[in-house]
Every structure is written in C-alpha cells, then in structure tokens.
Write a protein that binds this ligand. Structure first.
Ligand code: FMN
Length: 221
C-alpha cells in the first residue's frame, strides 16, 4: 500500500472481527515504528502491547472501576470555541447513529463509552505512556509515533482506534502494567485488530474542515 492510500484508508475502527492478530506481525509493526521522528531524537514514547487473556482481564477491571479523581489530564480544554465544539458534537452524533442510538440517549452514550473499555472487541491493544518530565514538544513526538504505528497497521490491513477515553482509568492501567504513576502519565490506549468491514461503525462518512481553515500557502503557488 502506498503512503497516500494508507493515510486515506486509516480510520478509527470501532468494530473488529473475532480473529487474533499475528503476534510476530504486531512486533514487526512496533519495531518499524521506532523510526518515527522526534525532537533531539528523544523518542519519548513508551508503549505496552497487551493481548489475549491479559487484555480480557484488564477490560473486566476497566468496566468495573470508577473514574479516577483527579483526572489523568485535562481531556477537553476549558473555554473551547464553538467550532471545536461543533466538530466534537459531529463525531459523537455520527458514532451514536452508527451504533443505533438516538441523539442524546444517555444510556447509549454510556454503552458507547463501555465499548472503549472492551476495546470494541479487538484482540490486541497498545497503551501509551509519557514520562512526566516531558513537555509539549515531546507530547507531539509521541503523537507522531502513534500515527506511524497506525499507518503501519493499515499497511498490514489491520485496523486500530486510539483511545484517550481510557484516561479515566490511567492509574488503574499503570498499576496493572507495572508502570509508575510518579514518573509517567497515561496518554491513551489503542485497540488493534482485523476491522469488521460491514459494521456501520466502520463505514460512516468522516468529515474534515476545509484545508484552507487549517493551512495557508504563501509565495509561489
Ligand atoms: C489521541 C486520540 C484519541 C482518541 N480517543 C478516542 C476514544 O477514546 N474513543 C474513540 O472512539 N475514538 C477516539 N479517537 C478517534 C477520533 O474520534 C477520530 O480519530 C476522529 O473522530 C477522526 O476520525 P477518523 O480517525 O476515523 O478519521 C481518538 C483519536 C486520537 C487521535
């Protein structure tokens, strides 16, 4: 698959086939992603890949647990301008519709959240942590690494969904995986598996703002 196709075909996959991921393939993808760029070559990302019984055990704990207080981090910025709220409300509405829930259905919202804790039925997941000492530039490096992992997964015809909603249980996840809360922030999970090609959750139309709202071109064009 060429890079443009991988970028176009990547989407947040929220329904998976009941089929394991080849562990050797997963390892190859993670190894290839080590070539992701980072400022000063710090490579500030840290991940743990979990599969099988261990993942099911963690899922059970996440489903039972109460959200931690205080939160791992501020997920949604305070004082968000309206256009950002519109983008967020748009994806929430499309997901609700694809999952078969009415708009504003609170129980439906909770069920959708719970699917995150079940990794949408994916057989594998990766959890990403950032050393607390790292700042804004290094958080961006972690994002580049995650995107590198995602595109490589797409190149292998696998699907994934990054999951920051797991941040409500960051401490639990760290404890489960033997990661120090003192030294590390939990950033996100990532469900990984074979996408269910027919699931409405994997086929609804995705939208983006016009490029001109994001990037200007100056000079020769
Ligand atoms: C860092 C990050 C965290 C995300 N967390 C979640 C999540 O917890 N649950 C979820 O269903 N989708 C999550 N998403 C997926 C976004 O909703 C999705 O990327 C966005 O709506 C654009 O859609 P697309 O990825 O399908 O193109 C996350 C995406 C990113 C990049």
């Amino acid at each position: 698959m060429n890079i443009a196709d991988a970028v176009a075909n990547r989407r947040a996959v929220r329904a998976y086939l009941d089929k394991p991921v080849d562990p050797a393939l997963l390892r190859r993808v993670i190894e290839a992603a080590q070539m992701a760029p980072s400022g000063y070559n710090f490579q500030p990302w840290e991940g743990v890949v979990v599969t099988g019984e261990k993942l099911r055990e963690l899922s059970g704990l996440l489903l039972e647990a109460k959200p931690q207080d205080p939160s791992e981090y501020q997920l949604v910025p305070r004082g968000l301008p309206e256009f950002y709220k519109d983008r967020r409300d748009g994806i929430v509405a499309r997901r609700m519709e694809a999952a078969g829930f009415e708009r504003g259905d609170k129980a439906g919202m909770a069920a959708m959240q719970a699917r995150n804790f079940e990794f949408f039925g994916a057989p594998a997941a990766m959890f990403t942590f950032v050393p607390r000492i790292m700042g804004l530039p290094q958080w961006s490096d972690v994002g580049m690494w995650l995107q590198t992992v995602m595109l490589l997964l797409v190149g292998e015809r696998l699907g994934c969904c990054p999951q920051e909603s797991l941040f409500v249980h960051g401490k639990l996840i760290k404890q489960f995986l033997g990661i120090s809360d003192e030294t590390h922030v939990f950033f996100c999970g990532m469900a990984i598996g074979h996408p269910d090609p027919d699931a409405p959750l994997n086929t609804f139309e995705r939208t983006r703002a016009p490029t001109a709202e994001a990037v200007r071109f100056i000079g020769d064009s």
